[in-house]
Structures are given as C-alpha cells and as structure tokens.
Design a protein around this ligand. Sequence first.
Ligand code: C5P
Length: 231
Amino acid sequence: METLAILVAAGRGERMGASRPKAFLALGGKPILLWAAEAFASAPSVDALVAVVPAAELEDARELLGPLSKLRAVTRGGSRRQDSVLEGLKQAPDGFDGIVLVHDAARPLVEVGTIEAVVHAARETGAALPMLALADTVKRVRAGRVVETLDRTELAGAQTPQGFRFALLVRAYEAAFRDRVTLTDEGVALERLGHPVAAVAGTARNRKITTTEDLSWAEDLLLRERGRVAP
Ligand code: C5P
C-alpha cells in the first residue's frame, strides 16, 4: 500500500444544530461522509480508506461505506479532532512507509484533482496541503477594535486533504501530544518541527460544511450541476 486516506467524521457538528453528527446529514440525497469517501475511492493514487466516526455511528458507517472496495477500517473517534486523527493513524498497516492523507469528511465536494495534487506534492516534499486565497480583507481585532490590517497577498485558508510521509506525521503528532498542543490541522504539527509544508491550489468547491448556510450552498451547487436549475 502506498497511500492511505483517513477521513475524520467524528465531530458533533454542534454549529449545525442538527440531531445527527454533520457527516451523516444528507447532501443531494446521500450522506456527507459518503460523498467524501467516494471522492477518495475514485482517486487513482489512493489505495485504502479509513473512516473515523462517532461511537454511536459505527454500525451505520460500516454499512454505508462497506461497498467501497478500498475501505480498510471504520473506527471510533476521540473528543478533539486530533484525537480522531490519532485513532485513524493507528489503523495504518504495520511498517507502513507511504503517504497518509487526512481529510475533513465535512468537505464532501473535494475534487479528485486536489487529492492527486496533494499526494504528488507530499511524495516530493514530505508534506503538502491545499490553500485557497482569501477574498476578504483580513484584520486583527482586539477587544472590539481593529488594531491591524494584514497583507492579504500573504494569507490563504488551509483546506484538506493534507498529505504527509507517514513517519513524518507520526513524529509531528508525537511531539504535539507530548507538548500538549491543540492542533487545528496537521500542517501546524509539521510547522512546529520546522519542516517545510508545500502549498497546492485549493478550490472554492472544497468548502467545509459547518453551518446550515454551507449545506444550502452545497445543495444549490449540486442542483445547478445537475442542470435542474438554471445557473
Ligand atoms: O469541527 P471542525 O469542523 O473543525 O471539524 C473538522 C473535521 O474534523 C470534521 O470532518 C469533523 O467531523 C472532524 N472531527 C473529528 N473528531 C472530532 C472533531 C472533529 O473527527 N473530535
């Protein structure tokens, strides 16, 4: 096996205010998690998939993802995102020395092109992630007052999948857990070690579904693409 993809779907999705975790909400008639899993299953360079889900969803997730031939494991997540990623890393085969991809299942519309670009760059450099330029002017605010306007040309939003040589990510994770650091993505764990992280082009379509507005945006996009609604 050369490339293992870990889909983290164990968040509670509280900002969505729904009764089920957001990865299990329907988008265009199928669960968000299945959209993400199918994208990775159809990426030529991905060999195996691991899904990390809330304990209460284990059975349903196994049934949902079971038909995917690349599925390696469905396992339960932890309380923080990084705890869920750690559970996914434990599912790698013994002696694995390929590329590991970590992806937010909450980004269901990730393109195969992005997955392939991240794998390619991670093979070359050891660590890579998709970045998307910011549309808004970004300011630093303290206690309700703008203190600074940042140079937008140097800023971008980090997306997933984030790809790494497996041993490198494990080393970075061990250091972060030892130092009790909260990680908002995997890239920051590498940056702490001073390891370079390559940026590949992100896309607007690979947006994270966090709120009901994000879900409506994704539904509208799919409807337009299916030609049922004029653009
Ligand atoms: O909370 P946030 O939107 O940043 O979560 C990003 C991704 O990490 C989501 O796909 C979510 O399901 C996952 N996650 C997880 N375990 C947690 C928290 C978040 O797998 N404890």
